[in-house]
Design a protein around this ligand. Structure first.
Ligand code: SAM
Length: 212
């Protein structure tokens, strides 16, 4: 039986053991939650979860938290997790605007942003996940040597993201304008649902890795 047929997506999420229902209670306590001292890595805007589930499966000694704003989308990740539960992965349904209420200073080791919504209107720029407003939030929760990895096929969004980095204390550690043909950065690349769709249409994939 597919979970989304059982009842409304919010009800399924409320009953799911894979979702953290009061994540603010875990602020500063994520390692206790996972029961180990392993690093905590998060994906913001995980969509249906293919990327973070593959990472969690490949790296049992790293803890992962997938964050998604919409319950109807998160539901698809829960279906996959129910079929193949992973002890080092959990999910939060929330708007990442409030991320600093969930993770303590330096509690996160790495942040993944994949095919983030472009919000093309200027007045919505602060909603873009690689915007300077979000970089300031990431600066708080990310440990000193932590990094952010961002990929997209949207040229305008990527140009915007590069400009935000140039005007900040963040530094580019690596960048490519054609990830799938980059001999170094393509190594170990895990495709997201959107990445598969847009690269199959011939779109190049842009990616940066930034640190402070
Ligand atoms: N990362 C997935 C992929 O590459 O296939 C999904 C990409 S989809 C274009 C962007 C996702 O980010 C959507 O599921 C959206 O709901 C989520 N999202 C956008 N803004 C968000 C926010 N502020 N907090 C949490 N999730 C967000």
């Amino acid at each position: 039986m597919r979970l989304r047929n059982v009842t409304g997506s919010r009800d399924v999420i409320a009953a799911s053991p894979y979702v953290i229902h009061e994540p603010e209670l875990l602020k500063g306590k994520w390692k206790e939650h996972f029961g180990n001292d392993n690093p905590v890595r998060i994906e913001i805007g995980m969509g249906k979860g293919r990327f973070i589930m593959a990472l969690a499966k490949e790296n049992p000694n790293i803890n992962y938290v997938g964050i998604e704003k919409y319950s109807t989308v998160l539901l698809r990740g829960l279906e996959k997790m129910a079929a193949d539960p992973l002890p080092n992965l959990c999910f939060i349904r929330m708007d990442a605007e409030d991320i600093v209420d969930i993770f303590d200073k330096g509690e996160v080791d790495r942040i993944y942003l994949n095919f983030s919504d472009p919000w093309p209107k200027d007045r919505h720029a602060k909603r873009r996940l690689p915007s300077h407003q979000f970089l300031e939030r990431y600066d708080i929760i990310l440990q000193a040597d932590g990094q952010i990895e961002f990929k997209t096929d949207n040229k305008d969004l990527f140009t915007f993201a590069e400009e935000e980095v140039a005007e900040s204390k963040w530094e580019l550690k690596a960048i490519t304008y054609d990830l799938h043909n980059d001999p170094i950065m393509s190594v170990g690349n895990i495709m997201t649902e959107y990445e598969e769709k847009f690269s199959s249409m011939g779109n190049p994939i842009y990616k940066y890795i930034i640190k402070r």
